[in-house]
Design a protein around this ligand. Structure first.
Ligand code: PLP
Length: 449
């Protein structure tokens, strides 16, 4: 089909992130105009169920009047200020107080960023700074996992364990180590039980630490349920053992809650669903329900105390972003948390999770589907060339992308992560809307070749 005028202008003017650029002019961009509830509408007026909450972030859907009002009120009162040099403002304080209250571990201070990448990048700088402050300048390496996604800055793209983020960007940077991905379906040895798999990959983590030397490793970063790497739910017992290993080796556990946080997995935090307690935590995305960009790092006492000591020696704490703690994002964040609490969003996710899991499991019988997985209201459908052997499609074939395009033709937006289709609907979705989402996905799968 020839491109519409707005599509042609888009192709002419924009470099699109995470997009097969060589095909864009032919497939045409999907240009959205407005949204309401769980749906968005393109410039032709076509409706789509937004089954991904945008990029796992618009958890309260589109057009929420309370969030819009909070934004208007803050923009007219104080549209911008910052926190540098000890300045302050009410929304930044109030949001930090709320985050400390709902955090899954004791938190001393909240540091704001504009995004999830900046939050995780900050985590690495803080871990380095902390170890310098406590006289351990060799303790700097960071362990991440194969298939992890932690962002796109130089360091967070290095932590990310996906080939497209490294190849031809000259990454990863030195000092980043990748350990096993905790996905049983893809990485278990033939006949290996989940318990045996966990024992093997955690022993491999221990061996990596021993080989490198615990005194060279600052932190381990993990996303509880891995999102962009393919919606991977690690088996029972995995995080328990990881946590023991990290504690025994004086390695900080950085919890990346950028997708998992604020109810997505059926608890406030993914670490609560998966059963571990981190040392520090990054959040973003649903922190503001995506009505404005904002990220946050939650810092424990021991780390903060070391920073105060450094500040005494150096004269300042030398890190901060112009838009970290932007009043618009903070005011919206305060309102978003208020809505999560008063509308009992965690309760809603738990109530919808059985229906979500059951509809997902129904797809297991489809000839293209090798594996489905879900936790709370996030799920993945892995498409394979051969169900029996679990053989993947040739990546160049683009089967996942073809399925996502078929979804669009049926009025549904989902995201292809390679050949895994991710589903992450707004947490306000109604039971009938969830059924409609899966009905459309089933039709799209039938149309996928
Ligand atoms: N961490 C996780 C787990 C993410 O999923 C993402 C983005 O999808 C990021 C970090 C990076 O966040 P941002 O895109 O806001 O920089």
């Amino acid at each position: 089909m020839p491109l519409t005028n707005v599509q042609a202008r888009d192709v002419e003017a924009l470099l699109h992130p995470y997009t097969p650029l060589h095909r864009l002019a032919e497939t045409g961009p999907l240009v959205l105009d407005h949204g309401k509830g769980v749906c968005v509408y393109d410039t032709q007026g076509r409706e789509y169920i937004e089954g991904m909450s945008g990029l796992w972030c618009a958890g309260l859907g589109f057009g929420d009047e309370e969030l819009i009002e909070a934004a208007k009120e803050q923009l007219s009162r104080l549209p911008y200020y910052h926190l540098f040099g000890g300045k302050g403002m009410e929304p930044a304080i109030e949001l930090a107080e709320k985050l400390k209250e709902i955090a899954p571990m004791p938190v001393s201070k909240v540091f704001y960023t504009s995004s999830g990448s900046e939050a995780n990048d900050t985590q690495v700088k803080l871990a380095w700074y902390y170890n310098n402050a406590r006289g351990k300048p060799q303790k700097k390496k960071i362990i991440s996992r194969i298939k992890a996604y932690h962002g796109v800055t130089l360091m967070t793209a290095s932590l990310t364990g996906l080939p497209a983020n490294h190849r031809d960007f000259d990454l990863p940077l030195a000092g980043v180590l990748h350990t096993d991905c905790p996905q049983h379906y893809r990485f278990a040895e033939p006949g290996e039980s989940e318990a045996e798999f966990v024992a093997r990959i955690t022993a491999s983590l221990e061996a990596l630490i021993a080989r490198e030397g615990a005194d060279t490793i600052a932190a381990f970063i993990a996303e509880p349920v891995m999102g962009a790497g393919g919606v991977i739910v690690p088996p029972a017992g995995y995080y328990e053992r990881v946590q023991e290993i990290l504690a025994a080796n004086d390695i900080l556990f950085i919890d990346d809650e950028v997708i998992n946080g604020f109810g997505r997995t059926g608890n406030w935090w993914g670490c609560q669903t998966m059963g571990f307690t981190p040392d520090t935590l990054s959040c973003a995305k649903q922190l503001t329900a995506a009505y404005a960009p904002l990220g946050a790092v939650l810092i424990p006492d021991a780390v903060y105390d070391a920073f105060v000591e450094q500040s005494r020696k150096i004269g300042t704490f030398g890190h901060g972003f112009t838009y970290g703690g932007h009043p618009l994002g903070c005011a919206i964040g305060v309102k978003a948390i208020d809505i999560y609490q008063k509308r009992d969003i965690v309760g809603r996710v738990r109530a919808l999770a059985p229906q979500f899991a059951a509809r997902l499991a129904r797809l297991d019988d489809h000839p293209l589907v090798g594996n489905t997985r879900a936790k709370g209201l996030v799920g993945g459908v892995e498409l394979v060339a051969d169900k029996a052997t679990r053989r993947a499609f040739d990546p160049g074939k683009g089967v996942g992308a073809a399925c996502a395009r078929a979804c669009e033709a049926h009025g549904l937006i989902l995201r292809a992560l390679g050949d895994t289709i991710a589903i992450c609907p707004p947490m306000i979705i109604a039971a009938e809307e969830l059924d409609a989402l899966f009905d459309r996905l089933e039709r799209a799968l039938d149309d996928t070749e």
